[in-house]
Design a protein around this ligand. Structure first.
Ligand SMILES: *[C@@H]1O[C@H](CO)[C@@H](O)[C@H](O)[C@H]1NC(C)=O
Ligand SMILES: *[C@@H]1O[C@H](CO)[C@@H](O)[C@H](O)[C@H]1NC(C)=O
Length: 219
């Protein structure tokens, strides 16, 4: 299991995800949806737990992600998932198991990065298709870091200093990790000015009301 920060820098359209296997998989996604030249890339995020996703939030970032490397990070610990673009938190998904919402914390996840064809739905709702004459497509990453408890051969790299023990100060920092007031304010700014889709506000899709986590403080 990996708990901690992932950082990568990207130039092109691509995907970074944490994902487990099987029918009840967990998954945390950063996806970059390409566009026609001159139109903005969309940063698409989603959180799956126990095989259920449907928690998309999308952003048009305050910079053009295709012209330079930026740092995209996922903080994942048993209490929360926070997505960052550079140092700015853009989304938080809290552990709300106490009201019955599964949280991705009971299965190990692997890190994947890939390029894929999503032209059935992604760019302008699937109206714009990939122009294969520009293939091959590439994505470049630099300065990738993973700071994590890694499972191998049935043991965690943190076992000697269990994530829940008091002696592991690094892990304690992750567990405590919460957005302070300034970071929360920054996230509100992103939500207000840069979020272009929020599943919680999609009344067409959820005519009987948005999923439960939308109506409790999930920020
Ligand atoms: C592509 O550009 C259009 C027009 O600016 C925009 O509405 C859309 O959100 C952009 N992204 C995608 C993935 O379609
Ligand atoms: C690469 O990552 C390290 C540690 O995460 C950071 O200190 C450094 O500034 C990064 N370099 C660039 C070019 O982003």
């Amino acid at each position: 299991m990996i708990h901690g920060f992932l950082g990568f820098l990207i130039q092109c359209f691509s995907l970074l995800q944490l994902s487990s296997k099987g029918a009840n998989w967990d998954e945390i996604d950063f996806e970059f949806l390409g566009n026609v030249t001159g139109e903005p890339y969309t940063l698409h995020t989603n959180v799956f737990s126990q095989g259920n996703g449907d928690r998309e939030r999308q952003f048009h970032l305050w910079f053009d992600p295709t012209t330079d490397f930026h740092t995209y990070s996922i903080l994942w610990n048993p209490k929360r998932v926070i997505f960052y673009a550079d140092d700015v938190p853009i989304r938080e998904f809290k552990n709300l198991e106490y009201i019955g919402i599964p949280f991705p914390k009971n299965q190990p996840m692997r890190i994947y990065s890939s390029l894929w064809n999503a032209d059935s739905w992604a760019t302008q709702g699937g109206r714009i298709k990939i122009d294969w004459k520009y293939a091959p497509f590439t994505a470049s990453y630099s300065n990738f870091t993973a700071d994590a408890c890694i499972w191998a051969f049935g043991a965690s790299s943190c076992d000697t200093n269990s994530p829940y023990s008091n002696s592991n100060s690094k892990t304690k920092v992750w567990l405590r990790h919460e957005l302070d007031i300034a970071k929360k304010r920054k996230m509100r700014w992103v939500e207000k000015n840069h979020m272009v889709y929020d599943y919680c506000k999609d009344h067409k899709r959820f005519p009987h009301g948005p999923p439960l986590e939308c109506s409790v403080d999930n920020n």
